[in-house]
Design a protein around this ligand. Structure first.
Ligand code: ADP
Ligand code: MG
Length: 275
């Protein structure tokens, strides 16, 4: 079971500290402005945008961690009103419990939703195996590399079988080689589970490599500027997809879209600093 995601005119503002400026109305900062986005069930969509454009805000809204100021987010046709077991989030920082083993960390999420003990253990082992961590079940987070910790976090997110996997720059803190192998693992897992995945990144290559479509956000306030469908054909073992001409073409297309945004953000920055 997976679910269709719709953002309908979603706007999110934050109050500016210090309150209202006299004569200028309420002081609010618009992080996301009228975001429209449809993600069909089972799709892998990558979201890229300049730093501070509202990517994490978008994911938090979808996770139900915050509520939109206006507009609505539908999941399988129903409005998102809070967090739920139908969605799970993987953050850049692993957020593992340091006093629990890999196995214990994966079981933790299952305890929360009331899975019986015996099933918990079996399911945790199954998902640790899926992310390639068989043999590491009894290690504590401090005994695992960054990549392994992120594998545990992914296993924990998948173990309770959410419809939607939300990922906020999950590989940003990893070295390039580990990142590339986790990207491949994630694609393999996505294909075998058929989950809907929303993957936030500031990496253009990462977005092109992973996404079936790439949504490019504008800088401040974040809007969906363009959605680029990626078709890189069949992937086969041992093929260096990243150096193919099609890959370069997509990378350049998204780079151009983002480049305009980054220039615009820098201009805005300068204007603000001159006020
Ligand atoms: P990104 O993930 O794209 O870097 P964020 O979604 O984290 O961007 O933030 C978008 C903008 O909203 C930033 O300017 C940030 O400072 C602001 N923002 C995010 N969360 C809050 C909050 N809780 N209160 C006030 N401003 C916030
Ligand atoms: Mg962010």
């Amino acid at each position: 079971m997976t679910a269709h995601i719709s953002f309908r005119q979603v706007t999110k503002t934050f109050p500016i500290r210090g309150g209202a400026v006299s004569g200028r109305g309420p002081a609010v900062f618009t992080a996301l402005d009228s975001v429209e986005l449809e993600v069909p069930a089972g799709e892998f969509v990558a979201v890229v945008g300049p730093s501070g454009c509202g990517k994490s805000t978008l994911l938090d809204l979808l996770g139900g961690l915050t509520a939109p100021t206006s507009g609505e987010i539908l999941l399988g046709g129903r409005p998102v009103t809070g967090p739920g077991p139908d969605r799970s989030i993987v953050f850049q920082q692993y957020a593992l419990l340091p006093w629990r083993t890999a196995q214990g960390n994966v079981e933790f999420g299952l305890e929360a939703i009331g899975v019986p003990r015996r099933q918990r253990a079996a399911r945790a082992r199954e998902y640790l195996d899926l992310v390639g961590l068989t043999g590491f079940e009894d290690r504590h987070p401090h005994e695992l590399s960054g990549g392994m910790k992120q594998r545990v976090a992914i296993a924990r997110s998948l173990a309770y079988d959410p419809d939607v996997l939300l990922m906020d720059e999950p590989f940003a803190a990893l070295d390039a080689q580990t990142r590339e192998s986790l990207q491949d693992e994630l694609l393999r897992i996505w294909r075998s589970t058929g989950k809907t995945v929303v993957f936030i990144t500031h990496g253009i290559e990462e977005a092109v490599y992973l996404g079936g479509r790439v949504a490019v956000l504008t800088s401040r306030p974040g809007r969906v500027k363009e959605i680029v469908a990626i078709d890189l054909g069949e992937r086969s073992e041992g093929q260096d997809l990243r150096s193919s001409p099609e890959f370069a073409r997509y990378r350049h297309e998204i780079w151009s879209l983002l480049h305009d945004e980054v220039s615009r953000a820098q201009l805005l920055e300068r204007e603000v600093s001159q006020v």
